[in-house]
Design a protein around this ligand. Structure first.
Ligand code: BTN
Length: 260
């Protein structure tokens, strides 16, 4: 990457979120773990932390997130946020990332990036801070992992890679595409909440119309047909006993036909 690319990225970040600075490391356990440690220690400055390698990448629900240098883009963005309503934040992140990448990328509720029903990327949203209640500022740490190429050959059939869609994609060019719009979307979310993102999520909702099983760990909570999301971003599932809403972050959803 030439200095012009780095300068342009930094300028784009600062334009989207005043004071947002870029920090690069060769190796860290997890960009999200590092920014959560800082936030818990009271360091709440907005920062985008990009790592070439993660030694202990984390996914949702305590899963491991595997990545490899050159085959993955891994970064986290820490922003002090004080929206009136936090609901739908992780869906808004997914919308922003998908829109900045490619028109063919879908979202699998709540926020997996999907292409041809294979996982292209994952999003982990965590918050830290002392504030509580409506309008209180907390630090949101938004971790993004994107597959640029298969991380392990054995996984190539089950996961998607950005280079299938965008053959020239590399970590730097992808970061430049994704990060400034993501910061801008978070400014919009803080101001206006999930509302402006709802129709944009619907346009990329990969689960809509699919038969799904909602699980809490190994326990099946409900089965039915996914019918989009409500105005707070909760998944709507039409079951044999009526419409149910699913909002828990700990629930996993799978199209029945695809199995686990
Ligand atoms: C998921 O789909 O389960 C979420 C995966 C999130 C992975 C990213 S990679 C950058 C950041 N650091 C982490 O340890 N996790 C997130």
């Amino acid at each position: 990457m030439g200095p012009r690319g780095a300068d342009a990225l930094e300028a784009g970040l600062a334009a989207a979120w005043p004071g947002l600075r870029l920090e690069r490391v060769d190796e860290v356990d997890s960009t999200s773990s590092e920014l959560m440690r800082r936030a818990r220690a009271g360091r709440l400055q907005p920062v985008l932390l990009v790592a070439r390698r993660q030694t202990a990448g984390r996914g949702r629900m305590g899963r491991v997130w595997r990545s490899a240098e050159g085959a993955s883009l891994t970064f986290s963005m820490a922003l002090p946020l004080a929206p009136a309503d936090w609901s739908g934040l992780s869906l808004a992140v997914g919308v922003a990332v998908a829109e900045s990448l490619h028109g063919a990328i879908a979202l699998k509720w709540p926020n997996d990036l999907w292409w041809q029903r294979r996982k292209l990327g994952g999003i982990l949203v965590e918050t830290a801070g002392t504030g509580g209640g409506a309008g209180a500022a907390r630090c949101a740490v938004i971790g993004i992992g994107l597959n640029l190429a298969p991380v392990e050959p054995a996984e190539a059939a089950a996961t998607a890679s950005l280079r299938e869609l965008m053959p020239a994609a590399d970590a730097q060019s992808t970061l430049e595409r994704v990060a400034p719009p993501l910061a801008g979307a978070m400014a919009q979310f803080e101001r206006d909440g999930f509302g402006p993102f709802a129709s944009r999520f619907a346009a990329r909702d990969g689960l809509r119309g699919c038969d799904v099983v909602v699980r809490d760990g190994a326990r099946v909570v409900l089965e039915g047909r996914a019918c989009g999301v409500d105005r707070r971003g909760a998944l709507l599932v039409h079951t044999s006993s009526g419409m149910e809403t699913v909002s828990s972050y700990e629930v996993s959803v799978r199209p029945v036909a695809l199995g686990d």
